[in-house]
Design a binder for this molecule. Sequence first.
Ligand SMILES: [Zn+2]
Length: 289
Amino acid sequence: MGTVWIPGAVRLGDGTIGGPMDTPELPPRVVWHTTESGAGNAAFDAVGAYLIRQGSEPHLLYDPTTDRLGQFGPLDRSARALRNDGESRTNRTGRVCVQIEVLARASKPFTGYWSPGPNLRAIMAAARSWGVPDVWAGRERSRTDWRGKGGHFGHAHVPGNDHWDPGAIDPAALFAAAGGRAAADRPGERTHLRSVVSLARVLAAARTDPAAAQGAALHRADVLPVEKALAAEGLLAAQWADGSFGTRTVAAYAAWQRRCGFGGADADGLPGRTTLERLGKAHGFQVTA
Ligand SMILES: [Zn+2]
């Protein structure tokens, strides 16, 4: 049994929002929403009351600027912020389907400016207590992924729904801010990789290594922490974390860029400062010029 009521969350409403899950045999998940509103205490109170009036309560209401947290209902029962997918009641899919409305807008991803604190860590600890893995599982409203994968989804990834929230939030920032278990469970990811990586050297390696002999490594010491981080993200097989920025690493880095919200020519597998810094922040290396 996981956490049902998060300690420290303010109770909102009468605490009865949903019912039992339809498919408790399916993996546990979290769904992130944005309220498409401003933040701050006035917005928190107004949006909380509005969601109750509408009967579209999530489990949790979170202010990313103040770390304030409210809870409408128990995490082991359903919330009401999703539309059904035909006959399938998306609110009731999975062991748990913890829904979080963040006082933010999809057009300005909140992980870019937020100030997460103890309540964000409490949210993530509660999700983990139900077995939700630190994985961003959401993808293109895929029914297969929605039913089959545990982890974190955006409202934009739930089949049968047409909203685009929460926007391009940064999963790595989310999991890093959560602290705790992730670092302990995945040794090497943060503990052994505290190093400094040169953007210019990594970029030079990404431009040179793929065309050179197999395994050639122009800047092994800089590339290795990047590859280990990509491997920890599940984007690169561990055997290719060898210090050579070859074609597989380029493909893995392109996948990381897409995960960060970039597309087209901006997701070409050649590292840029924004994506490399995000990767470093989540996996314990610093980026220099
Ligand atoms: Zn939503």
